[in-house]
Design a protein around this ligand. Structure first.
Ligand code: PLP
Length: 372
């Protein structure tokens, strides 16, 4: 029996917790399975979209079930309640929070508010594309600034690129797809400089995964009244990607501009789920712990195969595949594993998301088959 069949059989028989060998490595107790809901093992192991393989948690599921009784109503007053909770969490006023349908809606809303009709967005390349792709359809221009030799945002070059035309600078930190984080001093120095000249948008989708508990969020600059907008999401650490809920934190003035320009929405089940998620610290801690374990497994295999990778502060790893990503994609699909898409100009690098430990075990087996 190969590992895939073995895992499937043991998972189905519910006996993993009792097994020795690599079974005990993967095992979740019955209680953990009930509380944290690992996704079931699929035929195709999809590690291509940086989704949390756990969740929504049992507490969130219960809140969503209960929310159906009020789902005949529009979401506004429930969104206001969530905004109140988030304002308290972030230390800002309620009007400084905008609840959105995933942070993708937040990115789109800001792109068109501040750069449509000939305005310019400056962004590092490669990065998460949603804002730029959407704003271009509304007449925005995008000035791309390549990452530096460490594959970090080149903040000096970005700051120098700001002109009269610039409506917004887009920063994604930690960055997707590279997974790395700007050094604190560089982040703060250049964010101050950029925000004096134009609006700085900080996409903090992966902020919760950062190891350093003192690493600053740019919400600190929002609190100082600087021209900064921060986006956050419930898709990643809270395991709610399919529910579509995220939010913006910004100054009252910028929040008003976004509100006047775009109506952003989430929905009642997602909002009620998000409220419950904020209080579910057990799931939050579990997510972070499992993500670390999965990343350690991935990195150990990359070390074994002598494949270079960047230090990850996210729920994915960016590694030097050393072969064209299209080819690797095909070979891995043949092994039943879907890896991340190409991220030009790094077409011989691969982004792999963390999964359950069972899924990651299947990924590492497949990678070894393809490379050895
Ligand atoms: C950097 C970054 N921002 C935003 C998103 C969008 O997340 P969502 O729309 O699910 O909140 C993603 C999703 O992968 C991402 O990687």
């Amino acid at each position: 029996m190969n590992r895939r069949d073995w895992i499937r059989n043991t998972a189905m028989s519910g006996s993993m917790a009792l097994m020795g060998g690599f079974g005990s490595l993967y095992a979740l107790s019955k209680e953990e399975r009930q509380k944290f809901h690992p996704r079931p093992l699929d035929k195709m192991i999809k590690l291509s979209s940086n989704e949390n393989p756990y969740g929504p948690s049992e507490i969130v599921r219960n809140a969503i079930r209960d929310s159906l009784d009020i789902a005949c109503r529009y979401p506004y007053s429930y969104a206001d309640e969530l905004a109140e909770m988030l304002a308290e969490k972030e230390g800002v006023a309620r009007e400084q929070i905008i609840i959105t349908g995933g942070s993708t809606e937040a990115l789109k809303a800001c792109g068109i508010t501040f750069a449509a009709n000939g305005g310019e967005i400056i962004a590092g390349r490669p990065t998460f594309l949603a804002m730029m792709t959407y704003a271009k359809q509304w007449g925005a221009e995008v000035k791309w600034v390549p990452l530096n030799e460490k594959k970090e945002y080149d903040m000096a070059a970005i700051s120098n690129a700001v002109s009269e035309k610039t409506g917004l600078v887009f920063l994604c930190n930690p960055n997707n797809p590279t997974s790395n984080l700007l050094p604190k001093e560089i982040l703060l120095k250049y964010s101050e400089e950029i925000a004096r000249k134009t609006i700085l948008f900080s996409d903090e989708a992966y902020y919760d995964f950062i190891d350093d508990p003192d690493y600053p969020s740019l919400v600190s600059m929002v609190k100082e009244g600087k021209q900064v907008i921060v986006s956050r999401t419930f898709s990643k650490v809270y395991g709610m990607a399919g529910l579509r809920i995220g939010y913006l934190v910004t100054t009252p003035e910028l929040a008003e501009k976004v509100r006047n320009n775009v109506m952003a929405y989430s929905n009642v089940p997602a909002i009620q789920g998000a409220k419950a998620a904020l209080a579910d610290t057990e799931f939050y801690d579990f997510s972070l712990q499992k993500n670390k374990e999965a990343k350690d497994m991935i990195c150990a295999t990359l070390d074994e195969l002598n494949l270079e990778y960047l230090p990850s502060q996210t729920n994915f790893v960016f590694f030097h595949s050393g072969r064209p990503i299209h080819e690797l994609h095909r070979s891995m699909m043949d092994q039943g594993v879907q890896i991340g898409r190409p991220f030009p100009p790094y077409t011989d690098w691969c982004r792999i998301s963390t999964g359950t430990l069972e899924e990651v075990g299947l990924f590492t087996d497949a990678l070894k088959k393809v490379y050895i």
